[in-house]
Design a binder for this molecule. Structure first.
Ligand SMILES: NC(=O)c1ccc[n+]([C@@H]2O[C@H](COP(=O)([O-])OP(=O)(O)OC[C@H]3O[C@@H](n4cnc5c(N)ncnc54)[C@H](OP(=O)(O)O)[C@@H]3O)[C@@H](O)[C@H]2O)c1
Length: 345
């Protein structure tokens, strides 16, 4: 008999309170498996969808983009890769549903994280550690490695980026921290921008040098530092109408590849000084179609097992149980610095 499932339901557009109630249990189709969710991470997208009424149109809905949990059912097509009882982490996706059922969303007890964005958790790693990674890795990888954006070397073969420099603006954010780690592991010299209080963390992820965005001379300081280096572009992990022009100005003045990879849909409108701004949403089509998403998740499982990739930014557990998800999303709306909010289920 199928287990009883519960979810934190967003019953209507911009409803300020999610309600925990029973939800359908969906068995896996071909290429799918089901997990019993043990930890969920909270992302700005969860807050934006609820507060601003963005992206999700069918209600009642279930949100949540990052999950970790224990495999409870595996479709035979995946039996050579996963087994019941495996500890895994992966991407959830509230923008998809199956015949109206939000079986791919994170904020529920049983859900379907879709391969290839799923990997086994190493023995020494907890669910609450691993759950900080999925959306950060997907977003950073798509911005940095997809051919339409920066098209840099993936970290699969360590030093493709040797001798080249990448600017990462917003390096202490979740998507920034994942970008710093993967670019550094691919051999790039990462020059990072984050608040001073987070510089130790960002350097611990592999950044060579850190600058503080609050410093009024930030642009001049970066230009001075980057001049003469083989700059392959900028990854704007925090993209705003203020930060994008600053990235453009730095790239314009320091020479090198004049492309800014942005996490803000529509960021192209803020391009200036002849620098190209390319925005990512979830993952670029080619990144998935050309097998790079599969490759990065296979690499991620191995890199985590070998201790090369770290579960960063660090988690902060802000709740236990689906009833605390709303509190966590409200906290996300107030903003975080150098951490990922997690609810343990
Ligand atoms: N396009 C996509 O596919 C996609 C996917 C996921 C996320 N996103 C977007 O990506 C952005 C980051 O998401 P996230 O989950 O990584 O956010 P997050 O971790 O919640 O971001 C918090 C961090 O932002 C940094 N920050 C804020 N303003 C900054 C500025 N002006 N300059 C440099 N750093 C600044 C803060 O750094 P300090 O505390 O060090 O100052 C803080 O550590 C969000 O806008 C999100 O909506 C897009």
């Amino acid at each position: 008999m199928a287990p009883t499932n519960h979810a934190a339901w967003l019953k209507a557009k911009q409803d300020p309170i999610m309600v925990v109630e029973e939800a359908p249990y969906t068995s896996p189709a071909e290429g799918e498996l089901v997990i019993r969710t043990k930890a969920v991470a909270i992302n700005p997208a969860d807050w934006h969808i609820q507060d601003k009424g963005m992206l999700v149109t069918k209600f009642p809905a279930i949100l949540g983009c990052d999950v970790a949990g224990e495999v409870v059912e595996v479709h035979p097509s995946l039996a050579n890769r996963f087994a019941v009882g495996d500890r895994v982490f992966g991407s959830a996706n509230p923008l998809f549903n199956k015949d109206g059922v939000y079986c791919y969303s994170g904020f529920q007890e049983y859900m379907i994280p879709k391969p290839p964005q799923i990997a086994k958790i190493p023995e020494h790693t907890t669910y609450k550690d691993a759950v900080v990674l999925p959306l950060g890795v997907n977003t950073a990888a798509s911005c940095i490695f997809s051919k339409e954006i920066l098209n840099l070397s993936m970290p699969l073969h360590s030093d493709g980026g040797k001798g080249k420099t990448l600017l990462v603006w917003g390096a202490s954010s979740s998507v920034g921290a994942c970008g710093v780690q993967m670019a550094a592991l691919a051999g790039y010299d990462v020059v990072a921008v984050a608040s001073s209080k987070n510089h130790d963390m960002v350097k611990g992820l592999g950044a060579k040098t850190c600058f503080d965005q609050n410093n009024t001379t930030i642009v001049d300081d970066l230009v001075e530092h980057l001049k003469g280096k083989d700059v392959v572009g900028a990854y704007a992990a925090i993209s705003t109408p203020l930060t994008i022009p600053l990235c453009c100005e730095v790239l314009d003045k320091c020479g090198g590849n004049k492309v800014v990879a942005s996490v803000m849909p529509g960021a192209e409108a803020f391009s200036s000084r002849g620098v190209s701004v390319q925005a990512n949403f979830v993952a670029m089509h080619s990144f998935v179609a050309e097998g790079k998403m599969t490759a990065i998740w296979e690499w991620l499982e191995k890199a985590l097992r070998e201790g090369r990739m770290k579960c960063m930014p660090p988690h902060e557990v802000v709740g236990h149980g689906l009833g605390d998800v709303q509190k966590a999303v409200d906290l996300m709306g107030k903003g975080v610095s150098g951490k990922k909010l997690v609810v343990v289920l």
